[in-house]
Structure formats: structure tokens, C-alpha cells
Write a protein that binds this ligand. Structure first.
Ligand code: NDP
Ligand code: BG6
Length: 646
């Protein structure tokens, strides 16, 4: 109970130990006790796609929030006088260069009372000198994700001036490593923005100097206590905010939450924990994981990451909808015929087969990345941009989803294949995958939202590994134009050439709208053209990686792009019965060749739900392909499928 009460107060609870954090609830920053800074901040301006230094759309900050001068260029950071006072009262001082040390111990022999007086004055009076510090601990620092994504994202934030002046980064894992070895390991993965490479080497050097490593066991409170001691050395007595990134296999999430909460929770600042996916395998295991974490953390402290929510075009979805009159009025069953959410990779599970075989593509991609995009796409306008308002609307969509039927699902698995003299492996060739595995590496599913806006509109999800290309996109097909004037005049089938809006999430980000157009000239030929917002042409900034945005949000306490536990429950409630049925019946996946467009069954599913792909040929006639991604047109027509009726 004590632990839960402390948790409710916003600190990292210390369960089982009988201890509760020493500070009163009101002095805990960041989580729960007051509105998150990010929520107050609003959202970042589109004019600065790659940087936190551009102009920002913000609501006026309340008086106690001041603009930090440390990065000088526009992020509002939390600083309140009570924090400064508490730091002062606890005997912590900051020197003018921001290096804090306990009163009386700062630079031995150099603490005349005037200096102390001035420092107190500085501390209380000049709140623009930010006395807080952030310590970021990457738990599982020796792993793939840490190397590939987390350290590079942290460096990018540093490079952009987005990290606070006082920050320290720690790697924590079982592997033995020195600070130097950690630096060596990550230095190879750090890159500077292509569009602004100045002082790249210096910046990398400065960043690495602030990275440290501590080896320890994940379930050892003692090891986390040692980490605490190390962190304190670097925090220098400042109000210390701590962010833990759990970049480890999910079976040790709770162990780490326990050890970290007991051993290295911040006593005078906020403590937040980013949890990587997967959050369980089904409703039951997800609920158990949530229960486990909540013994040590409050919901406000848990940042469940879905990195797709940090992708630029996914974030832009709401802006596209809610700030353009031309889209929102059309955003319903009245004008939209179907929506496709497509994820494809042109490589297999190389290196991650062990993890993947236990999860499969439905859990790996659909239940989280694609479903999150669907929720953002389909939600009602939120009351405000506050995290809770947005997440409330997403949950409503997820709860309105019709149960998934196995007849509306196709699963596949890639098989070995030789092309152009190259051998491509089968999924089961992966040494970490059992030979008889029936884990799907591809799935397509038709989903429906049973609410007034979307009744009857199929949302076709498709996700696969080892396909012919890499990409993620949202395709919105609109209904046909009533009356069809041009069909009568020219015999062409405009009903099939409906408008289509494509949001290409990656690669080569773009938003384009397919329209019908007259080919210039004296004749009357129709053409299909794109109104194209191609990011590389329009914006010179490099688009930040999703992990950058999400890490920055977590540091700022902005939870809008993280998954709340009820969202997670609703997502699992949708997919768990289907997964159970597939597994109980041991449904065999349809094999598809590595590098192909996936199983033919997916095209049938698309056809069943009238998802078509249409073009106007050079002769002005419509050629109708009846599927999303037709692997082999001839084979498809041999199957006897007819163009779908509207
Ligand atoms: P790794 O398998 O590389 O594990 C990270 C670290 O955890 C390892 O370096 C190892 O460190 C420790 N570890 C690994 N297995 C165990 C074990 N059985 N028991 C205890 N410790 C273990 O994972 P990734 O870095 O690939 O991923 C981290 C998390 O992020 C996972 O939850 C994963 O599902 C998720 N994720 C990963 C993605 C990716 O692309 N890699 C993408 C999206 C999510 P040490 O031995 O030094 O302690
Ligand atoms: C991860 C999945 O969540 O997303 C991986 O576990 C997948 O299987 C990855 O490869 C794709 O992310 P991105 O950002 O490269 O599209």
C-alpha cells in the first residue's frame, strides 16, 4: 500500500521494501502531480522538421515555466522556484558553469561566504540558469537496438541542441565493458545530420565524453544501487531527473523495474521508464506485465514506446486531417471506400529469428504499429492536443473494432528461392527458427470499425517480411464520382479510377493524391496524375528518426505518442482471439517466395473487400488490377477473378 501510494504520488514506488521515497508528493516532478511539460508545450512546428530549434506552436506557458536559455532556441523547460529552493535547502549549489556540488565541498578551499551567497542568489533569483539534470540509462546497452537506434538518437538530440545542458548517459548491461569500450562501440553508429555537418567530430567527441557504462545484473538491486552512486557523481547534487530505457527482452522488464526502482530511482526529480515492445503476447500476458510494472511504477511513469508513432508522417496524420478543410469532411464512410495500411520489408528475420518465432508478424507489426496508425487515422477530433484527449479518442476507435474473423485473415511464410543466381533463404533456414515452424512472416487482414463514421469501410492491413520492397504507407481509396459523365461520353470506366490519397510513411516520405485529369491538347483523353507533396523536394531538413522524437518527448514528459495501458488492452482484445484460433488450429501459412509480393491469398482477400488498383492506360482505357499488390497478373486472372463491383 505504501508503495502504491508513493507510486500514485508520481515517484518510482519502492514496493516490498517497506520504504517509500523520502520526498513529499508535491516535490516530485514530472509524473502525475502536475500537467506534463509537453502537454503545456503543445506540439512542435512543422516548419522545423528536423530540429527542436525552430519556431514552435505553443500555448502561452504559465508563469513558473520559463524558456531555457541553455539551448537558447525555443524549447520550454520546467523550472520552478520551489525546485530551486528545495535544491538550495538541501545544500546543493550550482557553479556558474553549471557544475553543481554540495555546499562547502565545491572546489575545496574556495568557498568564501560571498561566493556562497552569490550562488544562492543565482540559484533562487536567476531561474533561467537551469539547475536540473537528466540522466538517461540505457538498460541493455550492449544490444542491437541500443547500438542501432537509441545511442544514435541521443546523439542526434545532442547535436541539435535538444538535450538539456546538464545530462549524462549511462549504459547498463551484464556484459563487462569500460566507459571507453562503450564509447568505442557506439561511436561507429553516430552520424551528423547531412544538411548541417559542422563540427561533427567535435560534437561526437563531446557527446561521448558524457557517456558512461556500468555493468550489472538486471535483477540485482545492489547493482542498481551502485549505478545510483555513479549517477549521483555525475549529477553533482542537482535536482536529478532520471530516464531508464528498457532495451532488453521483455521477460526481464519487471526485474529491472524492481531493481531500478529500489536501487536507483531519483529521490528529488522525476523518474520515467521507457518500455520497448513487445508488451506481452496476448491479453493475459500483457495484463500480467502491466500488473508487474505497476508494482513499481505509476502509469504516468511508464512510457510504452511504439516507434511508428514517432515517424514524421504518422505524426502528421492528425495535422493533415484536422487543419485542412479539404480532408476532414471527406473522412468517413460516405466518401471513403477503403483504407489500406501496408508494411513491407525486403529482408527476412535475419538475426532476430529467435525473437520473431515466438511472436510472428501479427504481434510484431499489426497489433502495434499498424493498429496505432489506424487509430490515429480513424479517431474523432480530440478535444485538445493534450495526451489524454488524444489517447481517449484512440481508445474509442480500438474499442469499436469488430472482432476479427479468421476468414478475413491470410497468413504467409517466406520460402527459399533462387533468382538471378542468388539464393534467398527460407524463414525456416534461420538457425534460431525450428524447421517445422508455422509462424507467419506475412499477414493480411480486413478490419472494420463499427461506429457511425466508419461502418462498413474495410481497413485492409498488410504486413510482411522478405517481400519485394521495403515501405510503409497508408492508401485511402475514395468512392466513385456519382453520375459518371465521362463514362457515358467515352465508354471509360471512371468508377474504377477513383481518387486515392497515399501517405507514404517511408521510405521517401510523401503525401500524394491521385486525380483524374485531361491530357492537354485538342482531343479528350483522360490521364491519372498525382498532386504530390514529396518531402525531399519540399523540405531541405533531414527527417529525424522516430526514436529521436520519442526520446525527447519522454524527457519532456509528453506522453501523447506513447501507449496508455487501456489502449494496449484494447489492442490485445482485438487480436488475442484470432491469434489463439490460428495457434489452436495450427493454421499453416501459405508459402511465398522470398522477394515476392506475398501470398496470392492476400489478393483474394483484397478482391473480396473490393480493394482495387486502377490505372488509365495510354489509350485512355482503364486497366483494372484487382488487388493491392498483384504478384503475377496473369496468374491472378487465371484464377478467374472479375473486377470488383463498386
Ligand atoms: P537484444 O537481444 O540485443 O538484447 C539486448 C541486451 O539484453 C543484450 O545485449 C543482452 O545484454 C541482454 N539480454 C539478451 N538476452 C537476454 C536474456 N535472455 N536475459 C537477460 N539479458 C539478456 O535485444 P535488442 O537490442 O534487439 O532489443 C531490445 C528490446 O527492443 C527488445 O524488447 C526487442 O523486442 C525490442 N525491439 C528491438 C528492435 C530491434 O530492431 N532490435 C526493434 C523493436 C523493438 P547483456 O548480455 O550484456 O546483459
Ligand atoms: C520493429 C519490429 O518493431 O519494427 C521489426 O520488431 C521491424 O521486426 C521494425 O523490422 C521496423 O521498423 P522500421 O522503423 O525499420 O520500419
Amino acid at each position: 500500500m505504501a508503495a502504491m501510494a508513493a507510486a500514485a504520488a508520481g515517484g518510482m514506488a519502492v514496493a516490498g521494501s517497506g520504504q517509500v521515497p523520502a520526498m513529499p508528493a508535491s516535490s516530485w516532478l514530472g509524473s502525475g502531480t502536475r500537467k506534463s511539460l509537453g502537454a503545456l508545450r503543445g506540439f512542435r512546428a512543422a516548419s522545423s522538421a528536423s530540429s527542436c530549434s525552430g519556431s514552435e506552436l505553443r500555448r502561452a506557458p504559465p508563469a513558473q515555466f520559463v524558456r531555457s536559455q541553455e539551448n537558447g532556441r525555443g524549447r520550454t523547460r520546467a523550472l520552478d522556484t520551489s525546485t530551486a529552493a528545495s535544491a538550495a535547502a538541501s545544500g546543493t549549489l550550482l557553479s556558474s558553469d553549471g557544475v553543481g556540488s554540495p555546499v562547502g565541498t565545491k572546489k575545496t578551499g574556495e568557498a568564501p561566504s560571498e561566493t556562497l551567497h552569490q550562488e544562492f542568489k543565482d540559484l533562487i533569483g536567476d531561474v533561467t540558469d537551469n539547475e536540473e539534470t537528466v540522466s538517461i540509462t540505457v538498460v541493455g546497452a550492449s544490444g542491437d537496438l541500443a547500438k542501432k537506434k537509441i545511442f544514435p538518437a541521443l546523439f542526434a538530440l545532442f547535436y541539435e541542441g535538444c538535450l538539456p545542458k546538464h545530462f549524462t548517459i549511462f549504459g547498463f548491461a551484464r556484459s563487462k565493458m569500460t566507459d571507453e569500450q562503450l564509447r568505442e562501440m557506439i561511436s561507429g553508429t553516430l552520424t551528423c545530420r547531412i544538411d548541417q555537418r559542422e563540427n561533427c567530430g567535435d560534437k561526437i567527441g563531446n557527446f561521448l565524453q558524457r557517456c558512461f557504462y556500468h555493468a550489472g545484473q538486471y535483477s540485482s538491486e545492489d547493482n542498481f544501487r551502485q549505478l545510483d552512486t555513479e549517477l549521483k557523481k555525475h549529477e553533482g547534487g542537482r535536482v536529478a531527473n532520471r530516464l531508464f530505457y528498457l532495451s532488453i527482452p521483455p521477460n526481464i522488464f519487471v526485474d529491472v523495474a524492481r531493481s531500478a526502482s529500489r536501487g536507483s530511482s531519483s529521490s528529488r526529480g522525476w523518474t520515467r521508464v521507457i518500455v520497448e515492445k513487445p508488451f506481452g503476447r496476448d491479453s493475459e500476458s500483457s495484463a500480467e506485465l502491466t500488473r508487474g510494472l505497476k508494482q513499481y511504477l505509476t502509469e504516468e511513469q511508464i512510457y510504452r514506446i511504439d516507434h511508428y508513432l514517432g515517424k514524421e508522417l504518422v505524426e502528421n496524420l492528425s495535422i493533415l486531417r484536422f487543419s485542412n478543410l479539404v480532408f476532414e469532411p471527406l473522412w468517413s464512410r460516405q466518401y471513403i471506400r477503403n483504407v489500406q495500411l501496408i508494411f513491407s520489408e525486403d529482408f527476412g528475420t535475419e538475426g532476430r529469428g529467435g525473437y520473431f518465432d515466438n511472436y510472428g508478424i501479427i504481434r510484431d507489426i499489426m497489433q502495434n504499429h499498424l493498429l496505432q496508425i489506424l487509430a490515429l487515422f480513424a479517431m474523432e477530433p480530440p478535444v485538445s492536443l493534450d495526451a489524454e484527449d488524444i489517447r481517449n479518442e484512440k481508445v474509442k476507435v480500438l474499442r469499436s473494432m469488430r472482432p476479427l474473423h479468421i476468414e478475413d485473415v491470410v497468413i504467409g511464410q517466406y520460402k527459399g528461392h533462387r533468382r538471378g543466381g542468388v539464393n534467398y533463404p527460407a524463414y525456416t533456414d534461420d538457425k534460431t527458427v525450428p524447421n517445422n515452424s508455422i509462424t507467419p512472416t506475412f499477414a493480411a487482414a480486413a478490419l472494420f470499425i463499427d461506429n457511425a463514421r466508419w461502418d462498413g469501410v474495410p481497413f485492409l492491413m498488410k504486413a510482411g517480411k522478405a517481400l519485394h520492397r521495403k515501405g510503409a504507407e497508408i492508401r485511402v481509396q475514395f468512392r466513385h464520382v456519382p453520375g459518371n459523365l465521362y463514362k457515358r461520353s467515352f465508354g471509360t470506366d471512371l468508377d474504377q479510377a477513383t481518387n486515392e490519397l497515399v501517405i507514404r510513411v517511408q521510405p521517401d516520405e510523401a503525401i500524394y493524391l491521385k486525380i483524374n485529369n485531361k491530357v492537354p491538347g485538342l482531343g479528350m483523353r483522360l490521364d491519372r496524375s498525382n498532386l504530390n507533396l514529396h518531402y525531399a523536394d519540399r523540405y531541405s531538413h533531414e527527417i529525424p528518426d522516430a526514436y529521436e522524437r520519442l526520446l525527447l518527448d519522454a524527457i519532456e514528459g509528453e506522453r501523447r505518442l506513447f501507449i496508455r495501458s487501456d489502449e494496449l488492452d484494447a489492442a490485445w482484445a482485438l487480436f488475442t482471439p484470432l491469434l489463439k484460433e490460428l495457434e489452436d488450429k495450427r493454421v499453416a501459412p501459405e508459402l511465398y517466395p522470398y522477394g515476392s509480393r506475398g501470398p496470392v491469398g492476400a489478393h483474394y482477400l483484397a478482391a473480396k473487400h473490393h480493394v482495387s488498383k486502377c490505372r488509365i492506360t495510354h489509350r485512355g482505357l482503364f486497366q483494372v488490377e484487382q488487388s493491392l499488390q498483384l504478384q503475377d497478373t496473369e496468374q491472378f486472372f487465371k484464377a478467374g477473378l472479375q473486377p470488383p463491383p463498386e
